[in-house]
Design a protein around this ligand. Structure first.
Ligand code: NAP
Ligand code: HSE
Length: 431
């Protein structure tokens, strides 16, 4: 059997300790599958005194992850600290420059610096892998770069943030408002240290931008992702959508159009009986559509110790086996600079608004829609307990309309003098 592959592990939190546990518990199986033993030689974290519920006694300790990245007895540097700059970036750069392979779970780092890091990996003839960074335990990077390598990808779509999916499904099943469930998620430890990474759609946007780069052979362009978080999704919309046979999801969609690359991570309505509509709790789902294969649906745990460490170790095993695939599927210098396109693909829209309940009110709203070229498919007026007697809640589902036309029409509603508060517009995605 060949010489052991030696790992340097930077980060001993949820994911890092998961890696330690797999390396220790599955040593024999991993060695058989990799054709050589895989062992950790050195680790790094901030606090050497912390009880980490794992036996780290056989490993050298480095307080500075950059020093770990440069060690002679490390072949593969595993970066599971987090953060898109600072020590994560510095240590990854040093590891690549020192001729070490890198495995990272850090979607923020890859989304911001993926191109430069991929170029550095190729310059130094080493691998840079990031299976764990997108959808946790789901092997979606491998599916896209290898399993679907012969396909022209038509669309990449998915629910890629478990915390948001937990919040939205819990609001729906328990009938609780956003703020209450957000607090629950905080208590359960589901939220990132900066919760806006989750509920602002940023974390999921990072993941989508990485998938889009592989799918379309383009440089990662996270800045071009159209982002809207779930903070404005109300329990009213969740209930009303449910009554109409839909569920609200924070849905990512990337597709190459004639105008350029569309990437959006926004709340959308999807049919309640579709696989995406059925997705509960913290689970992730990624849908890949290729010209030859048709539609592939991947579903599984998007986070957590075991699932994320499983993905990290899958990358390590590929490196041990000598499998080399360019970071984003094709050599970094051949990745095209994408032309970002704001979303223009027409779709039906769900519109909710409160109107003054008086003659002609609805006609004024219908005129705004008609003048923007938008046709109404369904309409309902509701009076619910608690609504003011002089108000009417109106729900409209449009036929397919361009996002810009919807934005224009809804911007005209206020001038009608019949709108109370603000109208809500949510895209209905065909899935
Ligand atoms: P975590 O539990 O917060 O652990 C972070 C680890 O990094 C800690 O051990 C911490 O040390 C160490 N660290 C932070 N700054 C450091 C520094 N300057 N020098 C040395 N060590 C440092 O984070 P995590 O949940 O494991 O996530 C790690 C990465 O995986 C992140 O990029 C995250 O986005 C990604 N990821 C996580 C999950 C998940 O389910 N958790 C899923 C997919 C991807 P101390 O312990 O001493 O503080
Ligand atoms: N905060 C992320 C989520 C963790 O909720 O999906 C995994 O990337």
């Amino acid at each position: 059997m060949s010489a052991p592959l030696r790992l340097g592990l930077a980060g001993l939190g949820t994911v890092g300790i998961g890696v330690v546990k797999i390396v220790q518990a599955q040593a024999e199986l991993i060695a058989a599958r990799a054709g050589r033993p895989i062992q950790i030689t050195a680790v790094s974290a901030r606090d050497p005194q912390k009880n980490r519920d794992a036996d780290l006694s056989g490993y050298a300790w480095e307080t500075d992850p950059v020093a770990l990245a440069a060690r002679q007895d490390v072949d593969v540097f595993i970066e599971v600290m987090g953060g898109h700059d600072g020590p994560a970036k510095a240590s990854t750069e040093v590891a690549l420059a020192s001729g070490k392979h890198v495995v990272s779970a850090n979607k923020a780092l890859l989304a911001h610096h993926g191109q430069a890091l991929a170029e550095a990996a190729e310059r130094n003839n080493v691998a840079l892998r990031f299976e764990a960074a997108v959808a946790g335990g789901i092997p979606v990077i491998k599916a896209l770069t290898e399993g679907l390598a012969a396909n022209r990808i038509k669309r990449v779509m998915g629910v890629m943030n478990g915390t948001c999916n937990y919040i939205l499904t819990r609001m729906q099943s328990a009938g609780l408002p956003y703020d209450a469930v957000f607090e629950e998620a905080r208590q359960l430890g589901y939220l990132e240290a900066d919760p806006n990474l989750d509920v602002g759609g940023i974390d999921a946007g990072h993941k989508l931008s990485l998938l889009a780069a592989i799918a379309y052979g383009t440089r990662v362009s996270f800045d071009a992702v159209e982002l809207e978080g779930i903070g404005k999704v109300s329990i009213d919309d969740i209930r009303l959508a449910e009554d109409m046979g839909y569920r609200i999801k924070l849905l990512g969609v990337a597709q190459m159009t004639g105008r350029g690359l569309e990437q959006r991570m926004t709340p959308c309505l999807v049919p309640a009986d579709s696989p995406l509509g059925q997705l509960q709790g913290g689970t992730n789902m990624v849908v890949l559509e290729g010209d030859s294969v048709g539609q592939i649906v991947l579903r599984g745990p998007g986070a957590g110790m075991g699932p994320t460490a499983s993905a990290v170790m899958a990358d390590v095993l590929d490196i041990a086996r000598g499998i080399r695939v360019p970071t984003f599927g094709i050599p970094a210098d051949q990745l095209a600079q994408p032309t970002p396109a704001t979303s223009a693909t027409p779709a039906p829209y769900y519109l909710r608004m409160t109107l003054l309940d008086k003659p002609g009110a609805l006609a004024k709203i219908a005129t705004c829609l008609g003048e923007a070229g938008i046709s109404i498919d369904q309409m309902r007026q509701l009076h619910r307990p608690g609504d003011r007697a002089e108000d009417a809640v109106v729900l409209i589902v449009t036929h397919k309309a361009a996002p810009a036309d919807i934005a224009h029409a809804t911007s005209q509603f206020a001038a009608t003098g019949v709108l109370v508060g603000q109208a809500v517009a949510i895209r209905i995605e065909a899935v």
